[in-house]
Ligand binder design. Structure first.
Ligand SMILES: Nc1ncnc2c1ncn2[C@@H]1O[C@H](COP(=O)(O)OP(=O)(O)OP(=O)(O)O)[C@@H](O)[C@H]1O
Ligand SMILES: [Mg+2]
Length: 150
């Protein structure tokens, strides 16, 4: 568990994670209430990976594609997904079959269809600031989490 006092702390932690990510396929689920800081965390990751400019919330498009240093990065926001089956029409297998990095907000909405992530990031409101918990689902993610807590 890590405490994030303000938005900058969220961006800084995301940047710290960015340099630890493997170049192979890796998927991250971001959970937390509305406004908990999921997109902020994604913005920190994308910027640390070389993206400059705005980060659109793909609330209506469901997914936004970035190519950063030859790497495909997919940012999903599944908040408005009506049914997990809709993901099949998006061709989600492709997103996980390459060396892509996928960042998925509201993964609960894709339950049953979305594959298990490598890493789950949970953001929670505190009286002020946020608290973040990392849950690794792969050996690679476990190593990353150890380094993040140091
Ligand atoms: N550690 C933090 N402490 C306080 N405020 C923060 C922190 N991290 C992010 N915020 C602020 O929280 C607000 C909402 O953030 P963000 O849009 O990232 O949430 P979200 O989880 O993506 O919401 P949604 O579920 O609507 O997509 C922003 O104004 C951001 O500046
Ligand atoms: Mg968001």
């Amino acid at each position: 568990m890590i405490f994030l006092a303000d938005e900058q702390a969220t961006l800084d932690l995301a940047a710290k994670l960015a340099v630890l990510l493997p170049v192979s396929a890796f998927s991250i689920h971001l959970k937390g209430d509305l406004g908990a800081g999921k997109t902020t965390f994604v913005r920190g990751l994308l910027q640390a990976l070389g993206h400059s400019g705005k980060v659109k919330s793909p609330t209506y498009t469901l997914v936004e594609h970035y190519q950063l240093n030859e790497r495909d990065v997919y940012h999903f926001d599944l908040y408005r997904l009506a049914d997990p089956e809709e993901l099949l029409y998006l061709g989600i297998e492709d997103y996980f079959s390459t060396n892509a990095l996928s960042l998925i907000e509201w993964p609960e909405q894709g339950k049953g269809v979305l594959p298990e992530p490598d890493l789950l990031i949970s953001l929670n409101y505190q009286t002020s600031g946020r608290q973040v918990t990392f849950t690794p689902y792969s050996a690679m993610a476990e190593q990353i989490c150890e380094k993040l807590h140091n």
